[in-house]
Structures are given as C-alpha cells and as structure tokens.
Design a protein around this ligand. Structure first.
Ligand SMILES: Nc1ncnc2c1ncn2[C@@H]1O[C@H](COP(=O)(O)OP(=O)(O)O)[C@@H](O)[C@H]1O
Ligand SMILES: [Mg+2]
Length: 386
C-alpha cells in the first residue's frame, strides 16, 4: 500500500485554491456577481453550467487522491483544470509551487511532457502502431533516439506485464491489456504527477479488480503523486490515500477512506457508505485499543495497516488480546476478540453499515469462539461441535 503523506513535512505538489470552472458565455460576469456564492440552479437558469464550484485542496508527494462522484459531478472538469486542458474560470492552481494559470503555452507543453502523465477511460492508442511503438511514441516526441525510446518502452512493457505482446497491435489486445499499454505509455516519460480519469471504468469487473491490484503494486514501486478519478466508491476505497467526494462541482468531503466511512459529512456521502461493510475498508489501526497496562498478550501479532477482514478470523481465535504493530515492529495497540465481534456484528449505526445486529449465539470453545446466527453464520473453529 502507498504510504500516506505527512503534510507537515512537505510542500504540496498540487495546490488548488477556490477553483471554479463555469461553462457558458456569461460565466465570468455571473461568477463576479455571485461574490463566490455559486448556486448551480441559478447559474443554469442563466444559461451557465457549473463544472467545478470552489474546489480547494492539496495533494502531497507520493499521495494518491481519488476524486469520486456520480456522473456529471465535475470530476473530469476538475482534472482538466489542473492539467490545464481547460481554462479555469477563477481561482489559483499551483504545481510544485509554480503558478499553473500564469504559465505560457510553451511552459505548459514542457510541463505536460516532462511532469504529467495522463490516462483516460478511452485508451486512445494509435491503431497502426504496435504496443512497443505506442509506448515509445511520447519519448520520440520528446526527441529521444529510436533505440533509446524502444529500450525504455520495453522496460515499460515488462513493468505492466505485457512481455511477449510488444509487437501486437491494439486490436489484438483485450480491453485490460489495451489499458496496460495506456498506463505504460503515460509512465514512459517518468511523470511526477499522474492523472487518471476513470482508467478502469470501461473494463469488466474481474479485469477491473485485477487492474486495481496491478495499479497498487505499481504505485508501491513508483510512489507517484496521483489524481485518480472514478465514479466507483469501492474502487476509491481500495485505491485512495484520501478521497474527495464531489457533487454538483463541490467537494463535499475530503478525507481518508476510513474517516469517510466512519464519519460521512453529508447525506450524499453517507449514501455511498451505507452498503460498505466496515471490516472490508477499515484498517486495524482505526479500531485498535491504545496500549494500556496490559501485558498478557496472545502470541499472534498483526500489522496496523491490514484490512480488518483479512485478520478477523485469526483474532477471533485468540482468547488474549492481539498485539498490533507498525512497520518497524513497534507495538502500537491491541485488539481483543470481543472488540472484533463488536466490529463485525455491533450495533453502531454511526459507522454507516446500515445497522448491525447481535449474534444469535456465541460459544467459547477450547480453540476459540464460535458465533453467528442462522443467516450469517460466522465460525472460527467448529471443532468444538465435533
Ligand atoms: N465543455 C463543456 N461545456 C459545457 N458543459 C460542460 C462541458 N464539459 C462538462 N460540462 C458540464 O460540467 C458538468 C461536469 O462534467 P464532468 O466534469 O464531465 O463530470 P464527471 O466527470 O464527474 O462525469 C456536467 O454538468 C457537464 O455537463
Ligand atoms: Mg468524467
């Protein structure tokens, strides 16, 4: 998993301050008259469409910010403002401290060629070029020699696991493979900032999951600063260090996946979190107890960064509290099986699981706890019934 940023230590790579994008002839005048208080309906009545409404946020080095929202909520427009594919109506945008909106077109071309990588939903591959040629293309545009470009392209082919297919044409590849080419091409120029607009949305669910895993693996190696757009909340939860949830051009909430699930800021956000089982998204860290006077721990040790679901059974099998450690193996907390039961079955509507329920039974056996009900049987070790 990518490690979260430490905002206290670094300057933001992307810094947006009250960014507006209004479409329509009178956009500038309307915005001026509104005095920063933009109502989408009022603007629409006047023939303007609000794309982005006062977006302010920062993205830090090595961080992946996922912008999530329903279709039409302004995600692509926001991304286009930050890559300056569209002109922002008002606000300020800084890239590595440089004023993006003040850049000349020459500076912009340089910035896009050297610093920014982009991947879109439509793979946009050149049909008459092979995989290798497609990936090498941006390098050749930059003036690299053919030999150098091909060498680098081949490295990228390996990075996205397409070795053996480097001489195929796009039409000979599946959707997932074509998007791997798109990803490899965008990475060929070694961008610091990576923009991805619904890169996996055109892929079927199984391939999408595979691509997400692959993407996380890549980010684990590359540590890019990423702005990733999706309309899929579960995709956002899987990938993001932080998620910005958009509605009608407004960022309604920007927070870590865990905090969004635990404390949805608005009704719109809460609706997304409703169906999310918390054990599938929360890390042990967010539910562990602080270290107390306790000294009698089980032999099991778990990482604070694992998703609860992946260790739930193991924790339930322990009668003593389980130690939670950080990446340097320091003990940072503990989790008791009783807490785990509460997380999995507790009645805590505040976390937005749509209501929990009490286990129908709960039996302590020699080897662990067995509990559940007739609908949702959850067993740790049923050998006690033998
Ligand atoms: N070029 C444009 N001209 C007019 N309206 C646009 C244009 N591009 C986007 N919009 C409008 O801006 C809003 C946000 O669009 P978009 O950013 O594409 O949403 P998303 O990517 O979240 O689906 C929508 O209402 C859309 O119709
Ligand atoms: Mg879009």
């Amino acid at each position: 998993m990518p490690s979260p940023h430490d905002s206290s230590k670094s300057e933001p790579v992307i810094d947006c301050r009250s960014v507006y994008k209004i479409f329509g002839e009178n956009a500038n005048r309307m915005l001026r008259d509104a005095g920063g208080n933009v109502d989408a309906q009022t603007f629409q009545n006047a023939g303007c469409v609000v794309g982005v409404n006062s977006a302010s946020f920062q993205v830090y080095r090595g961080e992946m910010l996922v912008v999530m929202g329903l279709s039409g909520s302004g995600k692509s427009t926001l991304l286009r403002c930050i890559s300056r594919l569209t002109e922002t109506t008002a606000g300020e945008i800084y890239i590595d401290g440089e004023d993006l909106l003040a850049m000349s077109s020459k500076q912009l071309i340089e910035l896009r060629r050297n610093k920014m990588g982009m991947v879109f939903q439509s793979f946009a591959l050149l049909p008459h070029k092979t995989v290798l040629e497609n990936i090498a293309f941006p390098l050749q545009v930059k003036g690299k020699t053919t030999a150098e470009s091909m060498q680098r392209a081949m490295d990228m082919v390996k990075l996205v696991s397409l070795d053996g297919r480097e001489n195929y044409y796009p039409r000979q590849l599946s959707g997932g493979q074509q998007q791997r080419v798109g990803i490899a091409r965008s990475l060929a120029v070694e961008p610091d900032i990576w923009f991805l607009d619904e890169p996996f949305s055109a892929l079927d669910p199984l391939i999408r999951k595979e691509m997400q895993d692959e993407f996380l693996r890549l980010q684990g190696v590359l540590h890019k600063t990423i702005l990733f757009v999706t309309h899929d909340f579960s995709e956002a939860l899987r990938l993001a260090d932080r998620i910005a949830i958009m509605k009608d051009g407004i960022i309604e909430q920007l927070d870590t996946p865990a905090n969004i699930v635990l404390n949805p800021a608005t009704e719109y956000v809460r609706k997304f979190t409703e169906e999310v089982p918390r054990e599938k998204v929360l890390k042990i860290e967010s539910v562990m107890d602080p270290i107390g006077a306790e000294t009698d721990f089980s032999d099991l040790t778990i990482s604070k960064d694992v998703i609860i679901e992946t260790v739930a059974e193991a924790v339930l099998a322990e009668t003593k509290p389980v130690r939670v450690v950080d990446k340097d193996n320091n003990i940072v907390g503990s989790v008791h099986c009783a807490k785990m039961i509460h997380i999995l079955f507790g009645k805590d509507d505040a976390v937005g699981t749509g209501g929990g329920y009490d286990p129908f039974f709960q039996i302590q056996t020699e080897t662990g706890t067995v509990f559940g009900d007739f609908d949702r049987f959850f067993s740790v070790d049923t050998s006690g019934f033998a």
